[in-house]
Design a protein around this ligand. Structure first.
Ligand code: SF4
Ligand code: SF4
Length: 185
């Protein structure tokens, strides 16, 4: 049987290690974060399991997991953690690394939603739901999915026909500034 990788070596070799907040060592696996997570039932690894996997240097398993893509960034886990560990931030970080490495998402619809949502805000200055639905349908080719729900929301006035275009030039400036920062300007 192969001998286990020493803990210190696993930590140093992990490129996801930088995502973990300093206080992660304080996690005592109480599961408060997992029990409050609204989407834990659909995840392949619970939030504390994912944290432990990052610590153990299991980068490939973490980057190939569904968990970060199903995370709704609701921050319930971060709020509930008695040790003050920002788990939601870790989920964000894993997604950022996966996108930067051009990986295929374990939940392709979630990645399509993120990309479409960002494009939507950059174009209209805030979320324009009808535009988001249209772009998403085009990307996923799921033209009839959730149609009944969409109609219900539309007739209740939850989906506006016209885009807001409010503050769109300011939002575009913010996006350009972020791009410049990413390029180190
Ligand atoms: S709530 Fe905090 S301490 Fe408890 S398992 Fe989750 S991360 Fe660990
Ligand atoms: S931020 Fe993500 S991992 Fe944390 S409770 Fe919400 S959905 Fe679950």
């Amino acid at each position: 049987m192969a001998s286990p990788i020493p803990m210190s070596e696993a930590l140093v070799s992990s490129r996801l290690r930088g995502l973990i907040p300093e206080n992660v060592q304080l996690c005592f696996q109480c599961q408060k974060c997992a029990s409050g997570c609204p989407v834990a039932y659909a995840m392949d690894y619970t939030p504390p399991q994912l944290l432990r996997m990052i610590l153990l240097g299991m980068d490939e398993e973490v980057l190939g997991a569904k968990t970060p893509w199903l995370c709704a960034s609701c921050e319930t886990c971060t709020t509930r953690c008695p040790q003050g560990i920002d788990i939601a931030r870790v989920m964000d970080g894993v997604r950022q690394v996966a996108i930067a490495e051009g990986r295929r998402s374990a939940v392709p619809r979630a990645l399509a939603f993120y990309k479409t949502g960002v494009m939507n805000i950059r174009t209209f200055g805030r979320m324009y739901e009808l535009g988001l639905i249209g772009m998403l349908k085009f990307k996923t080719r799921e033209f009839t999915k959730d149609m009944r729900l969409g109609m219900k929301m539309f007739f209740k006035g939850k989906i506006k026909i016209l885009p807001p275009f409010k503050g769109s030039s300011e939002v575009r400036k913010i996006f350009s500034r972020v791009k410049e920062k990413e390029r180190g300007k």
